[in-house]
Design a protein. Structure first.
Length: 311
DNA sequence: ATGTTTGTTCCGAT
DNA sequence: CATCGGAACAAACA
């Protein structure tokens, strides 16, 4: 892990399983390779200052590969970092001479070590992804943008609750806000909420420590399982690892994409929550706010009828 | 033709 | 001024 200035450096904080997989594979395969050439495809819109900064990478060797939240960070020197964010449809592929061509290629880094030549390709169909060249200070600024990581062993249910409550919205939305919790995406957040028996529409203000304890545990479980299975590849085959191979976590989804709850056989509900497709089981993930207000209105109704009696 | 999509940022409304 | 939520970014697929 890149060292956070003055902070605990021993805790490894893997987050999004797909990015983690790519980062680890890159680390095993491109260290000490020299950047010989960089080809930017003409159809790729890249800010001119980034284009200029890329030139400063020529002739340098790759020192390390790491990850900050969902960013892949390639360390070129102590003060020079190449940073990728894949967003929805970005890919990093590591190819050799003669390999088949790839779709949606935007930038190719030709790298070489002891005569071994490889092609590091940045591909992006929808072009929501981002490439940056940063110095150490800018990298620290990037790192500081992110909230707590659920895989950080120092995070407690209390700290988790405090972080989530700072955003007054539903729990699903808070979990996806990287400034609050970094690393969970739509699928993993959906599955983590299911495992914790929490309705995705629950207000963060209605959470308690018992719930965040469960959610912390389920989030860690989901992310660790995703990492073990090298991420998830949906039917569109958008995510693949650096060798072009899909992950396996899609075979272990808990509730995402399901029609029937695997635990209780209830019909799974699908709803757009803050614009993101969300699956949940109405039985295993009851809406506590609804129960609460139903109870409350019942109490009020009783009160009114009592008052009427008195009159 | 329309609606859908693994993420993030920006801007208007409150 | 802070915070929230929806639109926008752009392309392929069903």
């Amino acid at each position: 892990m890149l060292e956070k200035s003055g902070k605990n450096t021993k805790s490894k904080m893997p987050e999004l399983p797909e990015v983690h997989t790519i980062t680890q594979d890159l680390k095993k395969n491109i260290l000490d390779f020299e950047i010989k050439n960089i080809k930017i495809y003409p159809n790729y819109k890249i800010p001119s200052d980034v284009k200029k900064k890329l030139i400063s990478l020529y002739g340098k060797k790759i020192q390390n590969v790491d990850r900050i939240a969902k960013n892949i960070v390639i360390e070129i020197s102590k003060d020079l970092f190449l940073v990728f964010h894949l967003a929805m449809t970005g890919r990093i592929l590591l190819r050799q001479e003669g390999d088949k061509t790839d779709s949606w290629v935007k930038i190719v880094f030709e790298i070489e070590k002891n005569g071994d030549k490889k092609y590091l390709k940045f591909c992006d169909m929808r072009q929501f992804g981002k490439i940056q060249v940063l110095n150490k200070k800018e990298l620290e600024l990037l790192e500081n943008k992110y909230g707590i990581s659920v895989l950080d062993s120092e995070i407690t249910p209390d700290k988790f609750l405090e972080a989530l409550k700072s955003k007054k919205t539903n729990i699903k939305n808070a979990l996806l806000d990287q400034k609050i919790v970094s690393g969970l995406g739509n699928i993993y957040a959906t599955d983590a909420l299911f495992l914790a028996n929490i309705n995705p529409k629950t207000s963060t203000q209605n959470l308690n420590t018992n719930m965040t304890e469960k959610l912390l545990k389920s989030s860690r479980e989901i992310l660790n399982e995703g990492i073990k299975n090298r991420g998830s590849t949906l039917p569109d085959k958008m995510y693949v690892d650096i060798f072009g191979k899909g992950g396996n976590q899609q075979n272990y989804f808990k509730i995402y994409g399901k029609k029937v709850c695997p635990v209780c056989n209830s019909k799974v509900e699908f709803e757009k929550i803050n614009g993101r497709g969300t699956y949940f089981c109405p039985t295993c993930q009851p809406d506590i706010a609804k129960d609460f207000s139903a109870k409350k209105s019942k109490v009020e109704t009783n009160k009114i009828s009592e008052q009427k009696k008195l009159l």
